[in-house]
Design a protein around this ligand. Structure first.
Ligand code: ASP
Ligand code: MG
Length: 472
């Protein structure tokens, strides 16, 4: 079987003519060990948002917005095509194809408008169009540069379940399709340019893998092809030690394990979703995050097993916009079921809990949720715990707004004493008050709650003291 290397390009990396040229050059230069390259492309940056917006407004009775989207997308795609391709029959053909997809979009939006609703299934058909257009443009440009290439719709390759908008791949069926439809192209020396983000059910109905899903597409195809490596090209040099807007000295993390990526994604870093990379990491296929606009920078490598040095913290992240809700009272002690009822009430409001902490005295439980959910959650809690509140077993349910979770992430913390001490020391030296603390038993991260106005300083302190301390 021909060895392959997957190159996935995100929305910014294929967001305009210049970026597409750059990305195509990376493909043309070839893989380091001569593997055949399989390209996966996202829609141009912002296109999926525009398609979704068009459909949603049409459902609400607005006929103007989607028409505006059609003309914006027409201009944008036509200009890119004009910049990339010289006048030829191929270019005329491509312009017609884009026009046909935009017609399809308008037709979908008209139906949505008539029906007054957009189903998840319709939304998938609509939001798949950006990738379909861009794969064709990218393939045509490779062709024009003398690299035999062909656009492939992932609806022919990735077989999914029927969970529209958040579909999961059926790996065995996918593998068969990949062997049948993709391998022959690769073996004939053509470079496939596959649409990211989309798939189809067994019976051919278009699905999407969730927003940002082209990373998932890359991992699925990487696993199905047993690729040598998967490279995801983006617009940053790799996964960084923290947000460079907070700490200008943030550095690239050379290597991260699957569990560390899990903590980072959970705690708000803008990186790969752990679910999406599981297919490749589990098979031991190395995955890289690289920068299209700075291709000589090696980027971040993601592997299954942590290779961290004991005691190291690799990254610091912050999640703002949260509130801390506390349920407290002396009568809670030793009473089973309060925690279960508390979280059932929170869940009934659809609020996502980001962190939980309970003192061993059992006199309070606190948890963090997005601030926008606080008032409904408190109302639900007061209803659920009305009896305990009236008996004064629970004294009150209250919230503290504008708090931030700051987390230090690194598998090197596992089994190593002293990491937490250094962390708290770093904060104490600048008078930062820690409101609550949580550490998962995986020992892959420690999370602290601090008030919003101290969050930036907390991130800076931990970054300089802890990360620098270890790497120096
Ligand atoms: N275009 C899709 C989105 O914006 C998928 C992706 O970019 O990964 O969500
Ligand atoms: Mg993305």
């Amino acid at each position: 079987m021909t060895m392959t290397l997957i190159m996935k390009f995100g929305g910014t990396s294929v967001g305009n003519a210049e970026a597409i040229r750059q990305a195509a050059n990376l493909v043309i230069q070839g893989a380091p060990n001569g593997e055949a390259i399989v390209v996966i492309v996202s829609a141009m940056r912002g296109v999926t948002d525009a398609l979704v917006q068009g459909a949603l407004t049409a459902a609400q009775g607005d006929e103007q917005t989607y028409r505006g989207v059609v003309s914006d997308l027409r201009v944008r795609h036509t200009l890119v095509i004009a910049e990339l391709l010289s006048e030829s029959a191929q270019r005329t053909e491509l312009l017609k194809t884009v026009e046909a997809y935009l017609d399809e979009f308008a037709a979908f939006c008209r139906s949505v408008h008539v029906l007054g609703e957009v189903t998840a299934r319709a939304m998938d058909a609509i939001s798949s169009l950006g990738e379909r257009m861009n794969a064709r443009i990218f393939a045509a440009f490779l062709q024009e540069q003398g690299t035999p290439a062909r656009a492939v719709d992932a609806t022919d390759l990735i077989v999914t379940d029927r969970r529209f908008q958040e579909a999961a791949p059926l790996m065995e069926a996918t593998q068969q399709r990949v062997q049948a439809h993709l391998m022959p192209l690769i073996e004939a020396g053509e470079t496939p340019v596959v649409t990211g983000f989309i798939g189809a059910t067994e019976d051919g109905i278009t699905t999407t893998l969730g927003r940002g899903g082209s990373d998932y597409s890359a991992a699925i195809l990487g696993a199905a092809l047993d690729a040598a490596e998967v490279w995801t090209w983006t617009d940053v040099d790799g996964v960084l030690t923290t947000d460079p807007r907070i700490v200008p000295g943030a550095r690239i993390i050379p290597e991260l394990s699957y569990s560390e990526i899990g903590e980072l994604a959970y705690f708000g870093a803008k990186v790969l979703h752990p679910k999406t990379i599981r297919p490749v990491v589990e098979r031991g296929i190395p995955l890289w995050v690289k920068n299209t606009f700075n291709p000589t920078c090696p980027g971040t490598r993601i592997v299954q097993q942590p290779t961290s040095t004991p005691g190291t913290v690799k990254a610091v992240t912050a999640i703002p916009g949260l509130s801390m809700v506390t349920v407290e009272g002396r009568g809670m002690m030793g009473v089973p079921g309060i925690a279960a009822r508390t979280f059932a009430a929170v869940a009934s409001q659809g609020a996502n809990v980001l962190m939980i902490s309970q003192a061993s005295s059992e006199q309070s439980i606190c948890f963090l949720i997005p601030t926008g959910d606080v008032s409904t959650v408190i109302t639900a809690l007061e209803r659920e715990l009305a009896l305990e509140l009236s008996r004064r077993d629970i004294d009150r349910v209250w919230s503290m707004d504008d708090v931030v979770i700051v987390s230090a992430v690194g598998a090197g913390m596992r089994g190593t004493p002293g990491v937490a001490a250094r962390l708290f020391h770093a904060l104490a030296t600048t008078d930062i008050n820690v409101i609550a603390i949580a550490q998962g038993s995986s020992e892959c991260s420690i999370s602290l709650v601090v008030s919003g106005d101290q969050a930036t300083e907390a991130v800076r302190q931990i970054h300089s003291e802890v990360i620098f301390y270890e790497q120096a």
